[in-house]
Design a protein around this ligand. Structure first.
Ligand SMILES: Nc1ncnc2c1ncn2[C@@H]1O[C@H](COP(=O)(O)OP(=O)(O)OP(=O)(O)O)[C@@H](O)[C@H]1O
Ligand SMILES: [Mg+2]
Length: 140
């Protein structure tokens, strides 16, 4: 679907998140500035996460955790990962096992994790403010 500005991307993220049930793993891909973090901010809103807990790129931590109405939202950014090691995949599996809603930016950097994703969300920059957002359900 088409988003015409950042607020629309947040709304699409919020509507998507409201329909989810945990545990769930969601992969986000798209170029720098495509709107992946913006989409996760919308998801946080949809999950009733206190807006004071501002969702930004987990630059230094790689993983940020938020307490939402449906349990935890785990926001992961693999942008800076160099060589993925098996252990990191397993740590994320633990989050899932605990009933979390795990959303991973740059999931294409860890193909083994991509295979486990329940949903793949791809954002494509069309123009300065327009984005094409594709949501695909993946069957195991
Ligand atoms: N339709 C749109 N949807 C999302 N963001 C938009 C849109 N139009 C403009 N923007 C702007 O584009 C930028 C998207 O930044 P964001 O951090 O969400 O991207 P990202 O994909 O997470 O980037 P990175 O790969 O660096 O993590 C924001 O500054 C946002 O305001
Ligand atoms: Mg980002």
């Amino acid at each position: 679907m088409r988003s015409r500005n950042a607020e629309e991307t947040k709304k699409i993220g919020a509507d998507f998140a409201r329909k989810l049930s945990s545990p769930v793993l969601i992969g986000l891909s798209g170029d720098l500035g495509a709107g992946k973090t913006t989409f996760v901010q919308g998801m946080a809103r949809g999950l009733g996460i206190d807006p004071r807990h501002y969702v930004n790129s987990p630059t230094f931590t790689m993983v940020n955790e938020y307490e939402g109405e449906k349990g935890k939202l785990i926001h992961v950014d693999l942008y800076r990962i160099e060589k993925p090691v098996e252990g990191e995949t397993l740590a994320l599996e633990e989050y899932l096992a605990s009933g979390g809603l795990v959303v991973v930016e740059w999931i294409e950097k860890m193909p083994s994790l991509g295979l486990l994703a329940d949903f793949q969300i791809r954002l494509t920059t069309v123009s300065e403010k327009e984005r094409e957002i594709e949501i695909t359900r993946q069957m195991p």
